[in-house]
Design a protein around this ligand. Sequence first.
Ligand code: 8YV
Length: 342
Amino acid sequence: MHARGSGIHEQVLRKQLLMPTPLPQLVQETLERRFLVHRLYEASDREAALEQARDVRVIVTGAPILVEGMNVPITAQMMDCLPKLELIANLGVGYDNIEADAAAARGIIVTHTPDVLTQETADTAFGLLLNAVRQLPRAERFLREGRWLQGQFELSASLRGRTMGILGLGRIGAAIARRAEAFGVQVAYHNRKPVADAPYRYFNNLIDMARACDILMIAVPGGAQTRHLVNASVLEALGPQGVLINIARGSIVDEQALIEALQTGKILTVGLDVFVDEPRVPQALIDMEHVVLLPHVGSASQATRDAMSMVVVENIFAWDMGIDIPCPVPETPWRRSSKQAN
Ligand code: 8YV
């Protein structure tokens, strides 16, 4: 494995850090100035590379990673290979790529990058919604293919008079709700518990909410607890004018049930930024002209990715300096490492 500056003195003097997947240049360059960086993705033999990285105290990773074959889950087993591990810093607000409960049990702090991507991701969600309802990508293809010369593009569905049910009124869900209000779209939501002071109708049951709405907006975290929450029954309840938008994680939707619901007209259309097996997208979805599909670009503007990169670095530097870590995840709410020995 390639550990830059990996001479014996470097190994003794510099704290070591493991990078299982490629991350933005800004993260790489900033961390390299301070740490000895082990790049797991450059290793041909991962087992041997992990053995060589036994002294790492930090893992820096991203969720989910956008290049095929580069999705490396941070498991309890990996943590057990790294006895000095104190911190797992994630690029991204979602951290379903990390076994956070296992980290908590081992006293390892997990951090993420909330807030800085909220507005960007909410913008993407709304872009997907408008594109799916008004069929704008198809209209654009129609123009580019010269078909306008033969006649008008067909009339689309409308956002007017619709009600949006938000699954997960967290930071991003609330930012989407505010956009919906500005667009004159009614908002309801489903969480495990009502959100204090939220001015929207609360449903404690997802199917009931789907029945009462014709847009279902998914903004809940991924992971075992939310896997396949949106199943055939929820889609059926959403109904034939129903529009599903997912900017969260592919795992939340039963993708096969979704394909079937689209093929049989049980719902109208979808806008998806995330998929079960990224970057592989089911051919059945690609073959459908009226669905809108994006390659997980929710937060992917230069400015937002730079801001996320800086939060990753701040989390790691705070740990290194022994000052309060800004963004630990709820499972590991500690601001300082109890293991730190420097
Ligand atoms: C990124 C994301 O695609 O923040 C998240 O949870 O899914 C996205 O912002 C991802 O984190 C890149 O690693």
